[in-house]
Every structure is written in C-alpha cells, then in structure tokens.
Design a protein around this ligand. Sequence first.
Ligand code: FNR
Length: 416
Amino acid sequence: QSTIYRAGTLGRRPVVPADFAELERRARRVSSAKAWAYVAGGAGEGRTMRRNRAAFDRWAIEPRMAAGTVGRDLRVDLLGTRLPSPLLLAPVGAGALMGKDSDLAIARGAAATGTPYVFSNQGCNPMEEAAAAMGDTPRWFQLYWSSDERLVDSLIARAERIGAGALVVTLDTTVLGWRPQDLNLGSLPFATGLGIAQYTSDPVFQQIVAERTGLPRDRPAVTLGAIRALLAMSRNHPGSFWANLRSPTPRASVETFLDIYSNPGLSWEHLATLKQRTRLPVVLKGILTEKDARRAFEIGVDAVVVSNHGGRQVDNAVASLDALVEIRAALGPEPTLIFDSGIRTGADVFTALALGADAVLLGRPHLYGFALAGAHGVAEVIRNVVAELDLTMALTGVRSIAEITSDLLREQPLSV
Ligand code: FNR
C-alpha cells in the first residue's frame, strides 16, 4: 500500500482506477454492448448480484487501535501451496470479449503478483499456453463436467500435465443461466465461439468431432483459428454467426461443443469418482448450502468454493456471503472454504475471511483491469485489493490472515 502511495507522490499515474465504481465505468466505456452485457450481466432480473453486494453491507468492521501491527504477513497455505495472499483469480470464460488473448494477458498479470489464476474450461487460450505465460506461479484448472467421460479424463490429464495445483469442478452451470440481456442482443454465439479453445486444442475432443462427422482422425477437425475467423466475419452482422458456419467441420465442432460441454445429468455418483481419477486436490465450485457442503467433504474433496457464479446462474438466489456464514457455522473450522461472488475491495476480502473463508476468488474486477490495460491492468487491480486488505489488517490490529476472525465484525446494516 505504501508503495502505491509513494508511486503517486512521484507522479506515476495509476494504470487503472483504484475504486471499483470508476473501474467499472471505464471498463464499460471500452467494451462493446454485447461484451458488457455478457461480462457485467447476471441472471434474470439481476437480484442475485444485488443480494451478493447487499450481504457485504450488513457487516461492519471494528477497527482496533495501537495494536503494534508492523510486520504483517498476508501469506496463506492453501491446498499444500504457499500463496502471497489469500486472493486467487476466478475462472472466467469468453474473456476475449474484452480483448485479444485474454487468458494469456490475465495469466501474465496474475504471475506478476504471484497470484494463482484458475484457467476456465471455457477459456480463450489453450491451458498449455496460459500455463507457459505464468512461469512458476501456481495455476489451477476449472472443469465443466462433459457429458462425454473421455473428454473429462482428457481435460484432467492435461491439467495434471500443466502442473495445475488443483482441479476445480464447477457444479452450478450444468445448464446455462437465464441471461435476458444476452438473449436480447444475440451475444451468446460469440461467447460460445470465443470460449472453445480448451476444446479445439484437445485430441479427444477432435476425435469426438471426427466420430460425429465421419472425417479422418489424423488431422484436427477444426482449429481455433477457423472459429475465430468465423467470429470476425460475423462481428458486424448479428445473427450471421450460424449462417457463416456453413462449412461442415467448424459447424460440427461448435455443435459438438454445445452438445457435450456439460452434463445436465451430473450427480454425486459422478463426483464420487473424482478422487480416483486424479492425483490433484479436488475443489467443488458453486456450493451454497450446508447439505451440499457436507456431501462434498463426504466424498473426499479437498475444498469447496462457496459461490453463486457471480449471480449469473439462478436469479434471486441466496447471497454467497450468507451461504458462507451458514456453511462455516455448520461444518466447523476445519474444512477449507474458498469464497467468491461480490468481492470488489480489500475490505470485502477482509469481511469474507472474517466470516470463515480461507481464501477468495476475484471475478469481474480482474476482467475489468484486463479490459482497460491488459496484463498491467490485471496486476494493478490485484495490487490494489491486496493493499487495501493489508491496511485494513493494520488498522484492525491483526498481523496474519489467521487472526482475521468474526470478533472483528459486527452485524450492522449500512443505511447511509
Ligand atoms: C464467470 N464465472 C465462471 N465460473 C466458472 O467456473 N467457469 C467459467 O467459465 C466462468 N465464466 C465466467 C465468465 C464471466 C464473464 C464472469 C463474470 C464469470 C464465474 C466466476 O468464476 C466467479 O464465480 C464470479 O465471477 C465471482 O463473482 P464476481 O467476483 O464477479 O462478483
């Protein structure tokens, strides 16, 4: 934090706004209407997004004076890895809506601060390339459970090969949420086409497309380049994406993707096979109730992410922060709980940690940093959030993340 203030004193201009409201405003200004609807939008009437934020406004932090907080240590051990802070970047699909090679830039920005990035299964660059952009910084992989089990195993094997620190299986998107703004603008084909890189780069996916089309298996059925070219052709003509997809192979590829990227039949029986299928720590993302959290730990997973997908799936769902409080109270201090949905500032991170999170994922804010200033923007958003967390610790009398407890909060709705 003092580094940030000193840079200001020396006349260095920040790369991105230091407050979320302005960050959001400027990111909106540089985005197309379609990109903005997809990234900033939520499910239905947007009530889950509003609840996520309102839940933070119910808790007040209690500053504590003269506690001698020099030498603060923000590091945490998470699933066997030492991290510089309890912050990770959430998996985001279709980030290329906001700029070229989004996952490479976000990976670089994360790595510049030693912050792990969770690569999305719907990412815009193959995970091998994003991993190469991160050097030694931890990276995780997020899986959507395909309806083709061969693809599940192939993606897990690739995650192991890129040295992923954990496998995150997202449970809340077996079907896509009701997103009226995207439906109105016809933007889903773009998002779909952009988020296909993990598939076109997968040999098993190529084999599945070949099986469906009867084409030979010795060369890729479709390349990411072909899909991108189609998207570029369709950009100025809403609705023409599918028309341009006349050529049978890319069309078969996109259709195959849509058919098999998720499995609406996903059940706890599938999930119970996970621990035998990989040596990576397993994390289930999208847990919102005590019952589901208990089941997750019963089948031996290493952590859960308490999340409602940033309010993008079920409209008027419970706030993720309220779910965190309930789940921590029910399960006790031991199980590893990661939290996301609604984190905007360092004070928010502090509140989530105080309410029982071991670490948090940051979603939209890092994408906005990317939209404004590429990898630098991502790194600066991270530094700002961590700096505010650090100063909040200084002023609440804590020197380590473990000392951030609910004793430092009181329930007091914000009504100003
Ligand atoms: C997401 N999220 C997400 N989650 C996931 O598991 N796989 C994915 O591919 C995506 N894709 C995605 C795209 C975009 C544009 C957004 C904004 C979000 C959800 C994400 O991981 C995280 O749960 C939320 O973004 C957290 O909420 P906030 O921080 O955005 O409020």
